[in-house]
Design a protein around this ligand. Structure first.
Ligand code: ACO
Length: 321
């Protein structure tokens, strides 16, 4: 039995903000942003929330899969920007789509969140505990980035992506790899809320996303190709056998470096970061949905997927569509 993606969906906020728009409100330029990152524009939430975009993406994925909400046994949602501490965003999705038979919870693995959700769902399906799962990556990063730090705020966007997965005899996941390095957690962090407990003295203030860009770059260009190599080998394939590499959309330079290290043409690396920016956990499922709806994915198409980011965390999987 293999875990197969049988439908995808995504949702982006209505408002589009270009690099030139950002240059009107801070000291930056389209030239600086696009030459270093490949990002040209991003969607930023105004009325939308992490939950509202997740619900829309979920509905589209269910429709694409031909599965009803009642058929879902499991909902796992990767996010670092849920609307509430509790209830989990996955529980909000469950309630709003009417998936009354599902178990629902969030996972916090930053930009690897969707891939962690996929691998957890795979484990449940392999164990025979559940048959059909909805997995999502969803973020409203615009509310946790530091808008006074031009070196980070220009990189990120908002959105949600979803996939329905189910056990299948023929096609599906061939291999996966997952890892974490908590000792390097401080290179990409968001300390979050403050503490107003009157019994203790806390000097901790609300803190937004902080990143050491060069350390993140070094981590990504070494860990991602190694994880992909390992996973491709475990699947019994070679890098040339893979039809598409669907990677976390952090930065075009990281993707180019991975393609060079694997000796695989950049044409096999579809891109959404140019129009979406980096949407952390949502970037891989949004890219997958674009590939699916653009007709790139046919039964049997071989895809290598990889997420990497805060934690530090990373996860890769090889799937036959
Ligand atoms: N516009 C104009 N100038 C800027 C901007 C901006 N938005 N941001 C920073 N600068 C300036 C800096 O002030 C600095 O100026 P100085 O030389 O006068 O001091 C100069 O540009 C270089 O700044 P650096 O921070 O050193 O920029 P760098 O060349 O490292 O590029 C970048 C930053 C693109 C983030 C790079 O480090 C990178 O590619 N990192 C990879 C990690 C990444 O993409 N992370 C995304 C999120 S994490 C994830 O998803 C896994």
């Amino acid at each position: 039995m293999k875990t197969r993606i049988i439908g995808t969906g995504s949702c982006l906020p209505e408002a589009v903000v270009t690099n030139d728009d950002l240059a009107k409100i801070m000291d930056t330029s389209d030239e600086w942003i696009s030459s270093r990152t490949g990002i040209k524009k991003r969607h930023l939430a105004k009325a939308e929330t992490t939950a509202s975009m997740s619900v829309e993406a979920a509905k589209r994925a269910l429709e694409n899969a031909g599965v009803t909400a009642e058929e879902l046994d499991l909902i796992i949602l990767g996010t670092v920007s849920a609307d509430y501490v509790t209830p989990a965003c996955a529980c909000e999705v469950q309630a709003q789509i009417g998936a009354k038979n599902a178990v629902a919870f969030d996972v916090n693995a930053a930009c690897s969140g969707f891939m962690f959700a996929l691998n957890i769902a795979n484990a449940y399906i392999q164990a025979g505990l559940y048959r059909t799962a909805l997995i999502l990556g969803a973020e409203t990063l615009s509310k946790i980035v530091d808008w006074s730090d031009r070196s980070t705020c220009v990189l990120f966007g908002d959105g949600a992506g979803a996939a329905v997965v189910r056990g299948d005899e023929k096609y599906g996941m061939l291999a996966f790899d997952q890892g974490s390095d908590g000792a390097k957690g401080d290179v990409l962090a968001c300390l979050g809320r403050t503490n107003n407990n009157p019994l203790i003295k806390s000097d901790r203030e609300i803190a937004y996303v902080h990143m050491d860009g060069q350390e993140v770059y070094k981590f990504a260009v070494t860990t991602v190709p190694a994880s992909l190599q390992k996973t491709i080998e475990a699947s019994g394939l070679t890098p040339e056998d893979i039809d598409y590499y669907a990677l976390h959309q952090a930065n075009i330079r990281i993707i180019q470096s991975v393609s060079k290290r694997l000796h695989i043409s950049e044409e096999k690396f579809p891109i959404s970061l140019d129009h979406c920016g980096n949407i952390s956990a949502a970037s891989v499922p949004i890219l997958l949905d674009e590939m699916n709806r653009n007709g790139l994915l046919k039964p049997g198409t071989k895809i290598a997927m990889s997420g990497f980011g805060g934690g530090l965390t990373w996860a890769s999987a090889i799937l036959q569509w």
